[in-house]
Design a binder for this molecule. Structure first.
Ligand SMILES: CC(=O)N[C@H]1[C@@H](OP(=O)(O)O)O[C@H](CO)[C@@H](O)[C@@H]1O
Ligand SMILES: [Mg+2]
Length: 544
């Protein structure tokens, strides 16, 4: 067929280095950008097949998020704006690893197994982050899309959640919003302005915020959005990419893991600051107190604030909707206790990776999901949205309930339900703080985090680590879980687990305990166990 000839010709322009093997990981393919040209081309092909299969628009985002600037990556977006379904992650891996001469066979295999009608029209949306390599890599994606004669729309520089949003808007024929960047700004800013307009006495101080853009796409986009916010928020954007390097000593991942403020931000005591990550799908919040102590409000604190707010609104509105919070093993133990024991909401724990949390959150009327690192959002079921809408329109409802329903409605509009979104999450938290008349200190004091530590251990092959129970325990290699249990039992309020990273070639170690010294010691002891029992390479882990 003519289309396959086109694929053959174009694939020769994007050849695969012989023997290179890559895997579709926690959030797509991710590695040094020099190794990715053929992967991008092939993901353009695969997205086209996925589009033919689903008869809907599919998204392809070129980014490596919080990874260093030299890296790049690609993730596929399914029709409702969610991460691509797991079976197709398998196809992605097969296609990426097929040697040059086997590509057509691999492609035809997917077509056959999924019974795809090749004559079906296709449409693919493409976006990219600000990495220097993203330009040519997104062109490689487009080459793949065009080789199979699919329609394409290149959104150019957008945040990951913006691309997810566009895909959802397109496939819901505009019901979710207008599939343009302007439409996105309008929908979110209107919702924010509606939510905050009746808040009494919001001072300029309460509207002022510092933003660390990680020298990435989030900085660009939040600046673009500012005019739509009509001074209801006043942002000072740092690390805007004009001089610094992407994610280098800044951004949400740096702040969360290092538990310190980023470089490049002029932050005085009490000033409130947000950090985005490299593709603006994660966010963390922080401030320094007058004694110079750094306070981090991570994804767990964000989930707690949002679920408290929503639960209160549901009670006020008299709406009987079930609300749950979905976390991963990295959630601070204090947050889980608070949510379960004090707030009495359902808490679920899933494996790391947004796709797992998203899936679990879909099982509830309202599912709030956040990874501790600040990646998350809120999902409302169709029934929940309908009930909220009915109440907002019901002429027999009293004013108070109706106003609450309107607040809920605008809250729904402010949230990007397709995926975690730094800009949307930032606006939501600022609105919630304003509506509840709460300072960041009061929010911070809801519960106290257990001191914790995250470390990385290099091993020869991280796949030897096998986990169970949402990654909270290991079942391989033999003896590792026992070697973790022994030091855990020596510390107070202690918990520790290890898992192979899905985005870096390392094993991650997490530990928490009643003091920072204990958490650090425990993390070190567990790192040593990993090093010794799971084939550590390089130098033995040293105490912190
Ligand atoms: C401990 C941690 O923060 N892990 C991150 C990181 O995954 P790893 O599989 O741990 O490398 O990147 C993922 C993609 O951004 C994110 O979903 C996840 O939470
Ligand atoms: Mg990211």
């Amino acid at each position: 067929m003519a289309q396959f000839e086109g694929v053959s010709q174009m694939s020769a322009v994007h050849p695969k280095p012989v023997g290179l093997v890559l895997q579709y990981g926690t959030a797509g393919f991710r590695t040094n950008s020099k190794q990715l040209d053929h992967v991008m081309f092939r993901m353009g092909l695969l997205a086209t097949l996925r589009s033919k299969k689903t008869k809907a628009t599919i998204g392809v985002m070129v980014t490596a998020s919080h990874n260093p600037e030299e890296d790049n990556g690609v993730k596929l977006v399914d029709p409702m704006g969610e991460m691509v379904t797991p079976a197709w992650e398998g196809y992605a891996t097969q296609l990426a690893n097929a040697e040059q001469e086997g590509l057509l066979t691999a492609l035809k295999d997917v077509i056959e197994r999924e019974a795809i009608s090749i004559a079906q029209e296709a449409s693919v949306f493409v976006g990219k982050d600000t990495r220097p390599s993203s330009e040519s890599l997104s062109q490689a994606v487009l080459d793949g899309v065009h080789a199979l004669e699919s329609h394409s729309k290149d959104y150019g520089l957008v945040t990951t959640p913006q691309l997810h949003y566009m895909v959802c808007c397109q496939n819901t024929q505009g019901r979710y919003g207008d599939a343009t960047v302007k439409g996105y700004y309008q929908k979110l800013s209107q919702a924010f302005i509606q939510l905050t307009k009746n808040v009494p006495n919001r001072t300029d101080d309460q509207k002022a915020l510092l933003v660390d853009g990680a020298n990435g796409i989030g900085a660009l986009k939040v600046c673009e959005m500012e005019t739509y916010l009509k001074k209801e928020l006043q942002l000072s954007v740092f690390n805007d990419g004009s001089s610094g390097k992407l994610n280098h000593r800044c951004g949400a991942d740096y702040v969360k893991v290092q538990q310190r403020a980023p470089t490049g931000v002029e932050m005085s005591a009490g000033e409130r600051c947000w950090s985005y990550d490299g593709d603006a799908d994660r966010i963390v919040y922080y401030y320094s107190d007058s004694a110079g102590r750094f306070h981090l409000l991570d994804g767990d604190k964000i989930a707690t604030l949002i679920s408290t707010y929503l639960k209160e609104l549901l009670t006020q509105a008299g709406l009987d909707l079930q609300i749950a919070v979905v976390q991963t093993a990295y959630a601070n133990g204090s947050s889980t206790h608070y949510l379960e024991d004090t707030m009495k909401v359902i808490v679920r724990c899933t494996k790391t990776g947004v796709k797992h949390l998203h899936h679990a959150a879909q099982e509830f009327d309202i599912g709030v999901y956040f990874e501790a690192n600040g990646h998350g959002t809120v999902l409302f079921s169709i029934e929940a949205e309908e009930k909220i809408q009915q109440l907002a329109q019901d002429s027999n409802t009293n004013d108070k309930r109706k106003n609450t329903a309107l607040l809920l409605q605008n809250t729904v509009n402010l949230i990007n339900q397709t995926v975690g979104d730094a800009i949307s999450d930032m606006l939501l938290i600022e609105a919630v703080l304003a509506i509840r008349g709460m300072t960041v200190q009061q929010w911070d004091a809801i519960y106290t985090d257990l001191p914790n530590r995250q470390l990385k251990v290099k091993v020869a092959d991280r796949r030897v680590i096998d986990t169970t129970d949402a990654e909270r325990r290991t079942v391989g290699p033999a003896g590792l879980q026992e070697a973790i249990d022994i030091p855990v039992n020596k510390h107070r309020q202690a918990r520790s687990f290890v898992r192979p990273s899905g985005t870096e070639d390392v094993v991650r170690v997490y530990a928490e305990a009643d003091t920072q010294e204990s958490a650090d010691a425990l993390a070190h002891e567990v790192s040593l166990a990993v090093y010794r029992l799971a084939g550590g390479v390089g130098e033995e882990p040293k105490p912190l």
